[in-house]
Design a binder for this molecule. Structure first.
Ligand code: ATP
Ligand code: MG
Length: 557
């Protein structure tokens, strides 16, 4: 049955495992989970994991849990818990009633730790952190047993309880699994299971002063929730034997199966929460939702759509080998979506005034403009045209080179949806800068074609001077200039031109009532969206992405 449902979804090794498990009857229903640690905002890498886990549950009629992996009270905040839920929902996924917190299992986890001690498979160790590392050995050298390794079960039970009761200082005691200090896998050399942290937890308050480590928490949380396929990134491959070891000691079968896939890396950005936090804390960006951030909040503010991000995650697929995905592919997916959905409008980012001398003073007429050529239902709108208009400064040159076909002295061009105009004069300021153009229009060319069949080589966008609105436009580019900003110093790799703010832009008068988040194609310029800072008194737009699709171009080569 799942095979039919998924007939047009490309397969991958994880789907193969799941289909096999369903067909052999190993599982009747699959249960996956997305397990973020609430220590930062979600980023596009998390989106890959969300689309994968929730997507599998959707495609195979299973369930996907949202579980906060909240075992480190020092770095975790309620703000993150809220933003993560908002972002998962925004991406289009729903965990229903399956919202969990690892901290909800603290009592059970403690019980499992006691169980391990009783089996003689865990002990309280008094080596310091540095000593534990030293004793652990290296990839080429086996470790050494801790002097505390052979304590009796009774002594360990008592010490662990005293740890729990707050009788010891942080760092003085830890609970360790007793596995094998000579294991070729360093992870298996008596890993720490619990440490003392005299820090209140945002959910359990002061109840605990010992907290379980990730490796101990994760496998048991998965098992408690009945997760069937625990999908994680490749760094955890070495931890899989520990994941399985812990469950084998204390948890009845069936156990969840850990499956690793390659994390998403994207060019010109970083994906480590520690680095993203650094950018926020040092004020390099305006916040977690700065439109240059690879966070979902940042991408949303920039104008990305959930559909584009889901499409991107689908296209990159899942693999077993790490690689860096070209940022241009993400932008390509976005353009494909916005091209179908975004309304067209005209905006002039760097205005140059043109006075059409043969157009009657005080007259305004309305020309009809198509809202979206890809969507017949989007209809048309009326755009005011008058004697004084603005065109883009870049669309005029006094002395144009051969391949410049736009406006120049004596040359005729088309104004989109309106008339042909011909530049008759150029007005300069005292320093020789062009400040205004004079032109004449041909009333016969209304709608953009000449009855005598003469052609023009360029069509310019424009807005009427008086009948347009002022706007601020923020032009964003990659936050980092280097393809892999993780090479070398993070801050030195920043792109100094990642934000340019234009304060004199003009937009069509019918943009008066736009709302933050609304998306448009500014004709000839790119896709833009209304920023959160925008008000009817002061419109603010973010450039989401320019029109030129470097990825599609590469594919055609
Ligand atoms: P960091 O190492 O920056 O703290 P993390 O991977 O620890 O990030 P978590 O909150 O633990 O962040 O991640 C939640 C889930 O998202 C995990 O299952 C993790 O494997 C997955 N994930 C995180 N980053 C990526 C990525 N770049 N690509 C795919 N999945 C990711
Ligand atoms: Mg993590």
């Amino acid at each position: 049955m799942p095979m039919d449902v998924n007939a047009n979804i490309p397969s991958n090794f994880i789907r193969n495992i799941i289909e096999q498990d369903l067909s052999t009857g190993k599982h009747k229903k699959i249960v996956t989970r997305f397990p973020p640690e609430p220590n930062g905002y979600l980023h596009i890498g998390h989106a890959k994991s969300i689309c994968l886990n929730f997507g599998l549950a959707r495609d195979y009629q299973g369930t996907c849990h949202l579980r906060f992996d909240d075992t480190n009270p020092e770095k975790e905040e309620v703000e993150y818990i809220e933003s993560i839920q908002e972002d998962v929902r925004w991406l289009g996924f729903d965990w229903g009633e399956h919202l969990y917190f690892a901290s909800d299992y603290f009592d059970q986890l403690y019980h499992y730790a006691v169980e391990l001690i009783k089996q003689g498979k865990a002990y309280v160790c008094e080596l310091s952190g540095d000593e534990i590392r030293e004793y652990r050995g290296t990839l080429t050298q086996p470790g050494k047993d801790s002097p505390y390794r052979n304590r009796s079960v009774e002594e360990n039970l008592e010490l662990f309880e005293r740890m729990r009761n707050g009788e010891f200082e942080e760092g003085s005691h830890v609970l360790r699994a007793k596995i094998d200090m000579a294991s070729p896998n360093v992870v298996m050399r008596d890993p720490v299971l619990y440490r003392i942290k005299k820090v209140p937890h945002h959910r359990t308050g002061d109840k605990w002063c010992i907290y379980p480590m990730y490796d101990f928490t994760h496998c048991l949380s998965d098992a408690i929730e009945g997760i069937t396929h625990s999908i994680c990134t490749l760094e955890f491959e070495n931890n899989r034997p520990l994941y399985e070891w812990i469950l084998e000691q204390v948890f009845p079968e069936p156990h969840p199966q850990q499956i690793e896939f390659a994390r998403l890396n994207l060019s010109y950005t970083v994906m480590s929460k520690r680095k993203l936090l650094q950018l926020v804390e040092q004020g390099v960006v305006s916040g977690w939702d700065d439109p240059r951030m690879p966070t979902l909040a940042g991408l949303r503010r920039r104008g990305f759509t959930p559909a584009a991000i889901r499409d991107f995650c689908e296209r990159i697929g899942v693999a077993k080998a790490n690689s860096i995905v070209d940022y241009a592919l993400l932008e390509h997916c976005l353009r494909e979506d916005l091209n179908m959905t975004a309304k067209r409008t005209m905006a002039v980012l760097r205005p140059l005034k043109v006075v059409i001398e043969n157009y009657p003073e005080g007259q305004v007429e309305y020309v009809e403009a198509v809202n979206n050529p890809n969507d017949p239902d989007a209809g048309t709108r009326l755009v005011p045209f008058a004697r004084e208009i603005f065109i883009e400064r870049d669309d005029f040159m006094v002395d144009p080179p051969k391949k410049f076909f736009r406006l120049a002295p004596g040359r005729e061009v088309r104004l989109r949806f309106a008339y042909f105009i011909k530049c008759t004069d150029v007005i300069y300021d005292d320093e020789g800068n062009v400040v205004e153009l004079r032109a004449v229009y041909d009333p016969e060319t209304k709608g953009g074609s000449a009855p005598d069949g003469r052609k023009v080589k360029a069509t310019l966008h424009w807005v009427a001077a008086e009948h347009s609105l002022p706007a601020e436009v923020r032009l964003y580019d990659h936050l980092f200039a280097k393809e892999d900003p993780n090479e070398g110093d993070l801050l030195e790799n920043l792109n100094p031109a990642s934000l340019e703010i234009l304060t004199d832009a003009r937009v069509e008068v019918n943009m008066q009532d736009v709302q933050p988040g609304e998306k448009f194609q500014f004709e000839r310029l790119g896709y833009f969206c209304v920023d959160l800072d925008s008000t009817p008194e002061r419109l603010v737009f973010n450039r989401t992405v320019p029109l030129r699709d470097t990825w599609a171009k590469l594919q055609r080569k």
